[in-house]
Design a protein. Structure first.
Lengths: 101, 101, 101, 101
């Protein structure tokens, strides 16, 4: 399944870059396929492995933040793999043109 | 922590009531504090118990749906409990009036 | 359509109650049907009137916050009205029992 | 502000590619900066122009779908521009390495 998540530390000021870097360090080291975008990170895998990774990231941010909001969106589709690459390509193919990514 | 979730089966028609009833049956039997609203269900508990419940609901919907989108929002705040009741009451107290719930 | 929204001021500390009260004051005065829950506020109306209200709430929070995250979920279904009451009742009817709200 | 949105037609089957292509055609023609990812589209602009574009996309999907769920996440930060490029670069700079995008 595809999972996008975004972790927002509350009460640590309005600059969140250091916390996001900590999260991405964990994601990048996890070995799961991922893609970072300006509003979140998309990962691909089974429920248990993706949720374990998000739990680890959330807990890491809670170490330095009193309050944290984490938003998770799951798109689970039977019998489909490598959707982290295929979904965008499929849209481009239908439109017959390359899109901004 | 407080967790709101919403499970949307895709490809089973536009009436989702039967699937939502199945989900709420699982939530109501779980023993976790919960509140149903027109757009989702809010539960309160630790990461592992809340995520285990949402996983169970998501998997139940996947049994009858080829594709499912699940949206999860987490609000985790150190040292606070019974926020499922306290958050709304706190807003009402500040405004000095009862709000629609 | 049904619209749930949640406004999170960033960088104003971890206690957000005063900002939420300001938002609910605007919602309560708007005249639109609404229901407050521990994770957000659900309103019902057409696109332009619901989005105008959320814009007003978001702009009010931005007056005292350098950064604000606003999450909006829309459930738009043709030919259905008063869903802010009907959706939950429909689930209860299917289960044959009253649920926590 | 940065805005990510995702439009999910309900009741049109589990393959949503044709609907997503229609949405991306509108986004690509809008002239607003955007980035497509496997779970949504991020756009950058002021409230009125970004919401006008999402409204147009949502209404286009509603033409062929009886029910549509649209999820919108806004990150609004005073005095910052070109964040659609800068946010990811800032994380990479902190980590001293290139990330998957």
């Amino acid at each position: 399944m595809l999972v996008e998540f975004s972790i927002i530390p509350i009460g640590v000021g309005s600059s969140l870059g250091a916390h996001l870097a900590e999260v991405l360090k964990i994601v990048d080291a996890s070995g799961l396929p991922y893609k970072l975008n300006p509003m979140g990170t998309v990962i691909e895998g089974e429920w248990d492995e993706t949720m374990k990774l998000i739990r680890k990231c959330h807990k890491a941010v809670m170490k330095t933040s009193e309050r944290t909001v984490t938003i998770i969106s799951i798109d689970d589709r039977k019998g489909k793999t490598n959707r982290i690459e295929a979904k965008v390509k499929s849209v481009e193919k239908r439109l017959g043109k390359s899109l901004k990514k």
